[in-house]
Every structure is written in structure tokens, then in C-alpha cells.
Design a protein around this ligand. Structure first.
Ligand code: DQA
Length: 137
């Protein structure tokens, strides 16, 4: 089973970015734990701060991987292009967010990903990614 986790802008700063919201663990550390806890999954990771790179990666794996776990971060709320890419591919996409976007500013309540996501997991901290992976399995 091939699964790709994609993180969007500013998520490379996890661990130091607003730790009261996003926690103090780096994604690299969390990802290593996930890989060792789910050895049967061929788990990959990609992060970019650039919208077009995220779209290209979704297109690249979107007809061959078994699932994409996508935290498009701020682009969730703005990017018709990423929303269209999710719609265009055959690989199911699970949208995740670390924080509960609905308990935050109203501009975080809109998602261009959700209408075409297989499912959405929001607000469980870093655990959101593991819950998404479990839903794939
Ligand atoms: C986020 C929520 C977004 O609103 C925000 O722009 C992020 C992270 C989350 O995982 O909680 O960068 O996607």
C-alpha cells in the first residue's frame, strides 16, 4: 500500500511555529514514528510552500498511489487549483488539519479541498495524520 502525506505552506516550521496551536514536535520526527509504527505501509512525505509544486505532486502520484493524506494548510482556504487537482485524480485524498479550523477565524472555515476529499479529519493535533492513515488501512 503506497500512501503519500503532503504538507502545504509553513508546515515545514512545525515544532517552532505557534506551538500552542500546532504542538512542539517536528513533522520529520512524527513521520519517522509513523513509518516505524506502520511498517506494512509504503509511506512517503512531501512538503512545499509553493502552490504549483503541491499541484504537480498531486498530479504525479494521483493515478498510482493508494491514498494521499493532504494538509494543504493556508491553501486549503484559497486554492481553486489544488481543489481542481484533487478532483482530477483517481487516488482518494483524505484532508487533514492539525488544529480545529472551525474553532478559529472564519476564513479558515472554507475549504476548497473538502468537496472532493474522500473524508476530512480536523483538530486532533498531529494525531490527525495517523487517524487518516488508519482510515486508509
Ligand atoms: C492548518 C490550518 C490552516 O488554517 C492553517 O493555515 C495552517 C495549518 C492545520 O493543520 O491546522 O497552516 O491546515
Amino acid at each position: 500500500m503506497k500512501v503519500l502525506i503532503i504538507n502545504g505552506p509553513n508546515l515545514n516550521l512545525l515544532g517552532k511555529r505557534e506551538p500552542e496551536i500546532y504542538g512542539s514536535e517536528t513533522f520529520e520526527d512524527y513521520f519517522k514514528q509513523l513509518q516505524s509504527n506502520y511498517p506494512s505501509v509504503d509511506l512517503h512525505y512531501f512538503q512545499s510552500n509553493i502552490e504549483g509544486e503541491l499541484i504537480s505532486k498531486i498530479q504525479e502520484v494521483g493515478f498510482s498511489f493508494d491514498a494521499i493524506i493532504l494538509n494543504a494548510a493556508a491553501y486549503t482556504h484559497t486554492s481553486i487549483g489544488i481543489g481542481d487537482a484533487v478532483k482530477a485524480i483517481s487516488t482518494p485524498v483524505i484532508e487533514v488539519h492539525i488544529s480545529n479550523t472551525f474553532s478559529r477565524e472564519s476564513f479558515r472555515h472554507q475549504s476548497y479541498i473538502s468537496p472532493n476529499a474522500k473524508g476530512v479529519i480536523i483538530g486532533f493535533g498531529m494525531k490527525s495524520y495517523e487517524l487518516a492513515l488508519q482510515s486508509v488501512l
